[in-house]
Design a binder for this molecule. Structure first.
Ligand SMILES: NC(=O)c1ccc[n+]([C@@H]2O[C@H](COP(=O)([O-])OP(=O)(O)OC[C@H]3O[C@@H](n4cnc5c(N)ncnc54)[C@H](O)[C@@H]3O)[C@@H](O)[C@H]2O)c1
Length: 267
């Protein structure tokens, strides 16, 4: 499939997990991809694999906690490929010192809360700002932000993460609204548990089984499941889709909270 031929994409947090799978899928569909990550060496590895798949790909450092770094990454895309058509704002704050105390409003320090908002939410907004500016030069493009099912229903953990991701949902609607008539579409994907290195790092096997129990497909998500939706949103086939938050969750949020217990007890 070469439906993205001629398009240029930038992916943040593309050295691993969902970002990596998406960068590779976009490249395999013909896009030229700027593979960025806070960890440059992982981005370089992914760019090399993307080139093997036939796509034009380059790697660049990008820390979404830094406005200069985001601006520079977009500039690198314009310098290297001449334009920007697709932006996948995938990175989030995943620093273990913050993640481990992000349980509820009593366990998280104010500094950690601010850092979550300052990287995950502000970084996504800045990605949109610089990405949209670049896209407007060539008549538009598609921005895809990464939310989470934690933004759509509360849990007894990850309060700051969930609030930052819900901000991303609203940001998505605002960007779609402000720039729709200038050819910009903006959507978000909201995955449930996806088996990436992040999930393996923080969620022990019994917790993974709990998530599986609530999935209507009976399985957990893979990075490629999210990548497929992002690639669709990036393509012209999704030309009438904007301002949406699309759950990629195996139906986890489609049902009543009693679903898993009911299935076990009633059948
Ligand atoms: N895995 C899941 O279950 C899940 C569910 C819902 C949403 N998400 C979201 O998906 C996105 C990707 O998560 P993943 O599971 O693929 O994680 P991952 O740990 O596999 O990959 C994350 C990548 O982001 C990079 N990164 C970390 N901080 C960064 C920063 N400040 N700037 C740029 N890059 C940075 C890391 O180096 C890493 O390569 C995140 O936004 C996460 O919140 C993941």
């Amino acid at each position: 499939m070469t439906e993205l031929a001629g398009k240029v994409a930038l992916v943040t947090g593309a050295g691993s997990g969902i970002g990596r799978a998406t960068a590779l899928l976009l490249a395999s569909r013909g896009a030229s991809v700027l593979v960025t990550d806070i960890d440059l060496s992982s981005a370089e590895g992914v760019a090399e694999t993307a080139r093997d798949l036939g796509g034009g790909a380059r790697a660049a450092h990008c820390d979404i906690g830094s406005e200069e770094s985001i601006a520079a990454a977009v500039e690198t895309s314009l310098d290297g490929f001449g334009r920007l058509d697709i932006l996948f704002n995938n990175a989030a704050l995943l620093r273990s010192e913050v993640v481990e105390q992000d349980i509820n409003i009593l366990t998280i320090s104010t500094a950690a809360w601010d850092e979550m908002m300052g990287v995950t939410l502000r970084g996504t907004m800045l990605g949109c700002r610089y990405g949209v500016r670049a896209m407007l030069r060539t008549g538009g493009g598609s921005v895809i932000n990464t939310s989470s099912t934690f933004s759509l229903a509360a849990h007894n953990t990850n309060v700051a993460y969930g609030v930052a991701k819900s901000g991303i949902n609203t940001l998505t609607a605002y960007v779609a609204t402000a720039f729709g008539r200038q050819g910009i579409r903006c959507n978000a994907v909201a995955p449930s548990l996806i088996m990436t290195p992040l999930a393996h790092r923080y969620l022990p096997e019994p917790v993974q089984r709990l998530h599986e129990d609530s999935s209507l497909t009976g399985s957990l998500g893979a990075p490629e499941d999210v990548a497929a939706v992002v690639a669709f949103l990036a393509s012209d086939q999704a030309r009438f889709l904007t301002g949406q938050v699309i759950r990629v969750d195996g139906g986890t949020l489609a049902h009543q909270p009693t679903y898993a217990d009911w299935r076990r007890q009633v059948g």
